[in-house]
Design a protein around this ligand. Structure first.
Ligand code: AGP
Length: 615
C-alpha cells in the first residue's frame, strides 16, 4: 500500500510526480503529497483524499523545480489528514521523506528523538525517518553528497520493519536517495533524467529501462547517473531490464473504468499467458519452473498459498492438480498459514500466487516455506516484484498491468497458469492417457475464444443488475469447480459495491445458510454443465421453494434451467474442466454493473488498496 515516486532531471518535477501518482493511485488514496526542491528550499504540497485534491492545491500554489518526491497514501498509522500526508520533514526542513511500509519500532525511536528535542507534526510512523537522518546528518563533518548517503545508510540500520523510501536533502540538491526493504522500488533510467517508483506504470510514459532494487538495496539517483548499493553502502552492479508492458496498457483507453477495460482484456491476457507454453519442448517449461522433469515426476504434494482472489484461483488450481496431474494438493490462506506449524519439507513444492508479488502475508508464508526446505515457485504478474525475487523461480502470468483494485484479468491469468501447470505435470507424470492429453492441449488454445464469447453477456447482465442493485444481501452458490467461483463472485460484489455477499458450496445450504433465504435475498447459482449439475439444480429448487430469487449462470443450450431460475445468464458450453475461466466473466460483470448503478467508485473502492504490503 502507498505509492512513491521520485524524479531528478530537467522536466518540471511536479508534473512528472503528479503523473506518476495518478498511475499509482490504485495503491492508496487516503491522501497525497509532493515535495520539490526549489532554489535550495523544499516546497511541500499535500492534500487529503484523492490525487485530484492535490491537483487543486497545486493549481492554486504551484511547486517549481527539477528534483522531487511524491506519495499517495493508504493510511496505517494516523488518520487520513493533511498533517499525516507524506512527504514528511525533519526539524530543519532540509530533509524530506516519502515512505511505503511500516516502521515497527517507531514508538521507541519517536520517544528517543523527542527526548533529544525533535518535534513531530504527524501521528505517522514515517516521520521518525527524516528526524533520524537529521541526527546522522548533524554528525557529518563535510556536508557532501557522499556524507549524506552515509548518514542515510546509518539511519536505515536503526529502522525495524518494512520500507520503500525516497529521500531528498536540500543540502545535496542534485540527488534522490532511495532504499527498500520488503516493499517494492523500481528505478527508471532515462536520458539525462532518472526516476524511482513503487511500480512500473509510473515509469512507462518516460522509460522502459528499469532496475529492480533487491532487498536492502539503496539507489542514488542523479540527473546523469544511477548507482546502487547494499545496505552497508557497498557498490553493487545491477542488471538493466527492459519491460515489455505497453504504456497504453496502463491507460483507460476510452473505457469508463479500468475494471471494465481489464474484464474486456481477458481473452488477450489469457492468450499471452498461454503463448508458447502448451507445446513447449526441450525442457523449456521445466526451466521456467526451475524444476527438473524428474522432480516433477516424483512430487508427492503441492501446497498452494495466496490471499483474496489469488486464494480463490488456488482453490480452483487444486482441482486441476488433483484431477489432471494426480498429485495431492492443499490450499492455504497466507495470513493463516504463516502462523501455523508448517509440515513442509524438502519433498514439498509450495506455490505462492500473487498478482502484485508484494502481498505481505504471501511473502511471509513463502519465507516460512523456504525455511522449511520446500521448493518454492511464484505465480505472479509483476516482473521483478518482491515475491518473484524471494521464490526459487517464477511462472509469470502475462496479463499486463492490472490497475483496478478488483482483480479480474489477473484472476483468469492465474487460473490459466495453474491449468497449464497441471496439464504439463499430467504429461510429465503420465497421469492422463496420451490421447486425452492431446485433446486437452487442443482445448487450451480455445480458451481465449470461449472467454471472448462469454464477454457477450455484459448487456444482459446489466439489465438484470437494474433489478438487483438496491438489495442488501446476496448469496452465491456453486459446487465442485464452481464453488471457489461462488466465493470469488461474492468477493467481487462486496469489494466494489459494498453489498454483503456470501459464497457457499451449494451442498452446504441445508446445514445453515438456507435459513437466510427469503424474497429479499438474490441467489447467484453457478450451474453450468458438470458432474454435479443435477445436484445444483436440486439446490436451486430448494432455494426457490423458500422464496429465493435465483439468477443462474448456465451453459448455452440448457433449457431446463429456465424452469427453476428467475433469470438465466448463458455462457458458452465448454468441457467442465475449463468452466471456471468462462464462468468468472458473468460474475465480474454482475459486480461491475451493480457497483456502477449504485454510484460506487469501481476502480478505487473505499478502504482498499491494490497491493496489501502490510499484515
Ligand atoms: C481482489 O479483487 C482483491 N483486490 C484482493 O483480494 C487481492 O486478490 C489480494 O489482496 C491478493 O493480492 P495479490 O494477488 O496481489 O497477492
Amino acid at each position: 500500500m502507498c505509492g512513491i515516486v521520485g524524479y531528478v532531471g530537467s522536466r518540471a518535477a511536479s508534473e512528472v510526480l503528479m503523473d506518476g501518482l495518478r498511475r499509482l493511485e490504485y495503491r492508496g488514496y487516503d491522501s497525497s503529497g509532493i515535495a520539490v526542491l526549489n532554489a535550495g528550499d523544499i516546497e511541500l504540497r499535500r492534500a487529503v483524499g484523492k490525487i485530484s485534491n492535490l491537483e487543486t492545491v497545486l493549481k492554486k500554489n504551484a511547486a517549481e523545480g527539477f528534483v522531487g518526491l511524491g506519495h499517495t497514501r493508504w493510511a496505517t498509522h494516523g488518520v487520513p489528514s493533511e498533517q499525516n500526508a507524506h512527504p514528511h520533514m525533519d526539524c530543519t526542513k532540509k530533509i524530506v521523506v516519502v515512505h511505503n511500509g511500516i516502521i515497527e519500532n517507531y514508538m521507541v525511536l519517536r520517544s528517543d528523538l523527542t527526548k533529544k528535542g525533535h518535534s513531530f507534526a504527524s501521528q505517522t510512523d514515517t516521520e521518525v525517518i527524516p528526524h533520524i537522518i537529521e541526527e546522522e546528518w548533524k554528525k557529518a563533518k563535510n556536508k557532501t553528497e557522499k556524507e549524506f548517503f552515509n548518514a542515510v545508510v546509518r539511519s536505515l540500520k536503526r529502522l525495524e520493519g518494512a520500507y520503500a523510501l525516497s529521500i531528498l536533502c536540500s543540502d545535496c540538491p542534485d540527488m534522490v536517495v532511495a532504499a527498500r526493504r520488503d516493499c517494492p522500488l523500481v528505478v527508471g533510467i532515462g536520458e539525462k533524467e532518472n526516476f524511482i517508483a513503487s511500480d512500473i506504470p509510473a515509469l512507462l510514459p518516460y522509460t522502459r529501462k528499469t532496475i529492480f532494487l533487491d532487498q536492502g538495496e539503496i539507489a542514488v539517483l542523479k540527473k546523469n547517473s544511477v548507482e546502487c548499493f547494499t545496505e552497508d553502502g557497498k557498490s553493487v552492479k545491477k542488471t538493466v531490464t527492459t519491460v515489455t508492458w505497453d504504456p497504453l496498457q496502463a491507460e483507460k483507453s476510452g473505457y469508463k473504468h479500468f475494471m471494465l477495460k481489464e474484464i474486456m482484456e481477458q481473452p488477450n491476457a489469457i492468450e499471452d499467458t498461454i503463448r508458447g507454453r502448451v507445446y513447449s519442448k526441450g525442457g523449456e517449461f521445466e526451466k521456467e519452473l526451475g524444476l527438473s522433469a524428474s522432480t516433477l515426476k516424483s512430487l508427492k504434494r503441492i501446497t498452494l498459498v495466496a490471499c483474496g482472489t489469488s486464494y480463490h484461483a488456488a482453490l480452483i488450481g487444486r482441482f486441476w492438480l488433483e484431477s489432471l496431474a494426480k498429485v495431492s494438493c492443499q490450499v492455504e490462506i497466507a495470513s493463516e498459514f504463516r502462523y501455523r506449524t508448517s509440515f513442509l519439507d524438502k519433498n514439498d513444492l509450495a506455490i505462492f500466487i500473487s498478482q502484485s508479488g508484494e502481498t505481505a502475508d504471501t511473502l511471509a508464508a513463502l519465507r516460512l516455506a523456504k525455511k522449511s526446505g520446500a521448493k518454492t515457485l511464484a505465480i505472479c504478474n509483476v516482473l521483478g516484484s518482491t515475491i518473484t525475487n524471494a521464490a526459487d523461480s517464477t511462472f509469470y502470468t502475462h496479463c499486463g498491468p492490472e490497475i483496478g483494485v478488483a482483480s479480474t484479468k489477473a484472476f483468469t491469468g492465474q487460473l490459466t497458469a495453474l491449468l497449464l501447470l497441471a496439464v504439463h505435470l499430467a504429461g510429465v507424470r503420465g497421469a492422463v492417457p496420451k490421447k486425452e492429453l492431446e485433446n486437452i492441449q487442443k482445448d487450451l488454445v480455445k480458451i481465449p475464444s470461449w472467454v471472448r464469447e462469454s464477454l457477450e453477456s455484459s448487456s444482459r447482465i446489466e439489465a438484470i443488475a437494474k433489478n438487483l442493485y438496491k438489495k442488501f444481501h446476496f448469496l452465491y452458490l456453486g459446487r465442485n469447480l464452481n464453488y471457489p467461483l461462488a466465493l470469488e463472485g461474492a468477493l467481487k460484489l462486496k469489494e466494489i459495491s459494498y453489498i454483503h455477499a456470501e459464497g457457499y458450496p451449494a451442498g452446504e445450504m441445508k446445514h445453515g445458510p438456507i435459513a437466510l433465504i427469503d424474497e429479499n435475498m438474490p441467489i447467484v447459482a453457478i450451474a453450468t454443465q458438470s458432474l454435479v449439475y443435477e445436484k445444483v439444480l436440486s439446490n436451486i429448487q430448494e432455494a426457490k421453494a423458500r422464496g429465493g430469487f435465483v439468477i443462474a449462470i448456465a451453459s448455452k443450450g440448457d433449457a431446463k434451467i429456465t424452469q427453476v431460475a428467475n433469470e438465466t445468464i448463458y455462457v458458452p458450453s465448454v468441457p467442465e474442466t475449463y468452466a471456471p475461466l468462462i464462468n468468472a466473466i458473468p460474475l465480474q460483470f454482475l459486480a461491475y454493473h451493480i457497483a456502477v448503478l449504485r454510484g460506487c467508485d469501481v476502480d478505487q473502492p473505499r478502504n482498499l488498496a491494490k497491493s496489501v504490503t502490510v499484515e
